[in-house]
Write a protein of this length. Sequence first.
Length: 488
Amino acid sequence: MTDLNDNKVCSLILLILSAFLTTQCLADDGKAYLERGITAYSKDADFDKAISELQKAIELGLSEVSDMVKAHLYLGFAYMANNKRIDAVIEFAKAINLDPELTLDPKIYSSKILSAFNETKASLVDTLTVISMPGGAEVLLDGKKVGITPLKLNSVITGDHNLTISKDYFLSKTLNIKVYKGEDNRIEVELEKADITININSNPSEAIVYISGNPEGKTPISLKISLDKDINLKLAKEEYLDKEINIKLIKEGISIYGIDNVFPVKDNIADVQIDLVSAPAPGSLKVTSEPQGALIYLDGIEKGQTPLTLSKVTPGNREVRVSIPEFDSISKRIDIISNKETLADFVLGGTAKLLSVPTNAKVFIDGKLAGNTPLNTNRLPIGSHQVRFSKDKYLDKTITVLIERGQEKEIKVRLLEQKGSIAISSDPSDADVYLNDELKGKTPFFLYGLQIGEYSIRLSKTGFDDWNDKVNIRENELSWLFGKLISQ
């Protein structure tokens, strides 16, 4: 290898700066100068003329990058012939910067030229390894396609670069990287699966699209899918047979089970056309419920309220659901038959027969007055309900009643009286005590467990005038009375 002169360090700095800061002007004006310069160098050995012509070609610009590489390379050759090594190295650096893969055939060029060129290239380039998960991704370096992962590039200009890695059905990834001299320049990238848009249309259009039994909209409709994932769909339209399909994204495009054609994906978008088959003559469906006014859903689509007859219903096994918000919901599979009416009757919630001892107690269900016992309730939502029985002079009683669908429960409760106590004494004692004109005993008198309410009190003793009064017996209280009897 030829030694560099005393200005080796300065010349290397100069050539590297020149390589990265040079701005090329591409045009057609310099083509003739390029050809004359190459002829002057190769055939005429007129190196000064070659230098002049090639400098003019570069100054005017060349339309092809390969021509610009050739101009800098031959200009370097001419400088070498004139023993201007530093100038030659600068031109070699510019050529290599434009084409890092550039090499010289040792069978054609002198050792002097090869030494200068190879030393220049060695100072400017290094290797770059690019690996992606998954592999097989396209690699663009500074906007230029350079290969497919896994990829090792042996001649990449050191310094800053823009690296883009892309693969069908995956999100492209763009990185700003730096290639260092003498280091293991290795880039590993994990690509994320991209969501592919599937535009689904049907013939005829306006078919309802179901995913996992839930309506998602009508055709045309757009859905998202990623690689190796599938979507189970059902397309339904009145007067047409339901179409159940499985859509899967594979490497070749959108595959649909039962359809030989694979729909292509372009720019992460695929258009899928599904043909529906006309159904036999429609049938009708009459939907009733107890209680009435329930919302009707046919295959998940709201149709109205019970009672309702739906005409022109496509034959087949259909899902019918009735629902009363905050009440109950029931689903059935119903077979619709051509030219026939099918009845779907639903009983929502349940009822209760409420009895009490004594009767005629007020009944409150979940805080609302429902009537007096004995009571047959209206339809109640399934689940737990708080039922309160209330009657004057009796203790309220609250119970929890579990209502089950389609059943009537009989509930009977016994109400306890509200009671108080009374104590009566008199002067003189041993007087007869009458409560509401019923003899109860003699004074001093005490009675516990007397039903609450107002009572008339009369004390009677031979030789004395009767003593009369009224008393209000209150719950859990003792009412005390004293009667002064007056002799006759």
